[in-house]
Design a protein around this ligand. Structure first.
Ligand code: ADE
Ligand code: ZN
Length: 335
């Protein structure tokens, strides 16, 4: 089963580039930028990764991102993740980045996006992994701040496909960002958002009705409301589920109680993703392997999760079809 999972071509649709920052690379970049980090070793960093909730994690995650200063740092971070994609048969990935985490520290939008984009281009050329970018607004900040970010992104519009909404969910409902999402859609960005990770089903309603999102990041708490589930199924909106993130942040107490199988049974379209792999104990294949074991998923179910990952990507239809036939060939050979 593990080999089967590793061999299948797949796409990753829920991934924060700042969340791929492995301790080893963090130390290396901190050293070359002469920045002190409050840890003496890789082991100390790893020991700090025990979280009670989303906010607990976010505090450490934003601290880690502070060592990223130069274009080369963003390049190295991104290329290092894309190399891991190539090793795991991730053929395509849709990468979220949090510009405000960097611009608020005086790093220019251009530095961030140039470093990330150059790595994406090099990964396409050298590793044959395709990718696109999702610019996420930090929901603990104001809508006015999000508007400034939208403005800053416009010279780089050709490099960005979608907008997202992440960070502290509770107390920051989607409706807070209604106007900036409308403006983002006018600029041609596809609207996406985290919803129903810690927030309740009302947040998911707002995300689909008020922000008009095309994909829900997490969406676990949608299951609280059967009308909502019906509506998500009817509108054919996929949920980008992150099993190891959910247990690391205590959204789910045990993978055996993870709602993924229930979601599938209800007719929801689900994908499996790593969210912040450096912090949650595993890349995408580990997420697949652990959830398969916990819920006893069949090969056919694993195949369907991979199929969803291409079908619900933001790629054009022709490119989706090419990846889907690659997946089908691999499935026929390995099944
Ligand atoms: N930013 C990075 N990971 C996140 C998550 N799981 N939820 C909300 N914001 C995030
Ligand atoms: Zn996320």
């Amino acid at each position: 089963m593990e080999k089967f999972i590793e061999n299948l071509p797949k796409a990753e649709l829920h991934l924060h580039i700042e969340g791929t920052f492995e301790p080893e690379l963090m130390f290396k970049i901190a050293q070359r930028n002469n920045i002190e980090i409050p840890f003496a070793s890789v082991e100390e960093i790893q020991a700090a990764y025990a979280f009670d909730c989303l906010q607990d994690f976010l505090d450490i995650y934003y601290q880690g991102a502070n060592v990223l200063i130069h274009e080369q740092d963003f390049y190295d971070l991104t290329y290092s993740y894309l190399e891991k994609c190539a090793l795991q048969n991730v053929r395509h990935t849709e990468i979220m980045f949090d510009p405000q985490t960097h611009t608020d520290r005086g790093i220019s939008f251009e530095t961030v996006i140039t470093g990330i984009s150059k790595a994406m281009q090099d990964a396409k050329d050298n590793l044959n992994v395709s990718s696109l970018l999702i610019m996420s607004y930090l929901r603990h900040l104001s809508e006015e701040e999000a508007f400034k970010t939208l403005e800053a992104s416009l010279p780089f519009k050709h490099l960005i496909t979608a907008v997202g909404l992440d960070s502290s969910e509770k107390g920051n409902p989607p409706a807070k960002f209604k106007k900036v999402f409308e403006a983002s859609v006018k600029e041609g960005y596809i609207p996406l958002a985290h919803a129903g990770e810690e927030g309740n089903a009302d947040y998911v309603w707002e995300a689909i009705d008020i922000l008009g999102i095309k994909r829900i990041d997490h969406g676990n708490n949608s299951l609280q409301d059967s009308k909502l589930v019906e509506e998500i199924v009817k509108r054919d909106i996929a949920l980008t589920v992150c099993p190891l993130s959910n247990t690391a942040l205590q959204v789910v107490d045990d993978l055996k109680n993870h709602p993924l199988k229930k979601m599938i049974a209800l007719g929801l379209k689900v994908t499996v993703n790593s969210d912040d792999p450096a912090y949650f104990g595993g890349q995408i294949n580990k997420n697949f392997i652990e959830i398969q074991k916990a819920l006893d998923l069949s090969k056919k179910e694993i195949y369907e999760l991979c199929e969803n990952s291409f079908t619900y990507s933001l790629l054009d239809d022709q490119t989706k079809d090419n990846y889907l036939s690659e997946l089908n060939q691999s499935y026929a050979k390995n099944n």
